[in-house]
Write a protein that binds this ligand. Sequence first.
Ligand SMILES: [Fe+2]
Length: 270
Amino acid sequence: MKKLWMVLPAAAAALKGWPVRFDITRYEILTPAVRKPVRFAVLADVHDTWYGENMERVTDLVRQENPDAILIPGDLCQEKTENHNSFLLMEQLKDYPVFYCTGNHEERRKDVEAVKQDLRDRGVIVLDGRSVAAEFGNSLFEIGGISSRTYKVDPEYTAEEVNALFHTDGYRILLSHQPQWIELYKALDCDLTVCGHAHGGQWRFPGTGQGLIAPNQGLLPKYTSGIHALGRNHEVISRGMAWHYHGIPRMYNNPEFVMITVTPKGERSC
Ligand SMILES: [Fe+2]
């Protein structure tokens, strides 16, 4: 009986922190570069997760929000699966423009080029070291992406290399999996950088927003979530959408569905 009283609070704490729903986080960025509010959904670190029949737990969220476009900053797929879930998700969302860069889990695959082609076949715009121009809300956007090839802490690219991806005066968005490349992002001629990878630190200390551990950043990582003003650039870090990582559940860290609204300066939309 004494043992039971010791186990019960631990079991209750674990149940309370268990991930059973998505947190929806909304950011608004004001800029003179757009004429009307333009809304982006961020689907980071899906890791080939199953989200129910026809992936409806995610597709329902996207359809409710009805964004102008979807941004995927890597680790949509896993390195050791057939990725049926991720491919099904892309098929379900084919009515939306989807922009994607690889994360380390795709880049680890020997057949990464085949995976990228599988995604292109499902309408995904794969940004592997290039940008594309697109018009949303009568405003010009340019969306670029860089791959994440290693577990290096430091950037795999120079600012000059990344700036060379962009060619227009449109609102510039960079998709890059790695969140901790702060000095690189600070040096870019870019308006918004969207990252994932850190999974919010996997286990969070309740009520603090501090994560326990993240790849490339180690214990008590600094860059696992939120929006960070970096000069001209804003970095948005998603906590990711997978329920667990290699079977280790998140704790006090629900999967996160991020919406970013880019709004004309002076007008508020949400
Ligand atoms: Fe990752």
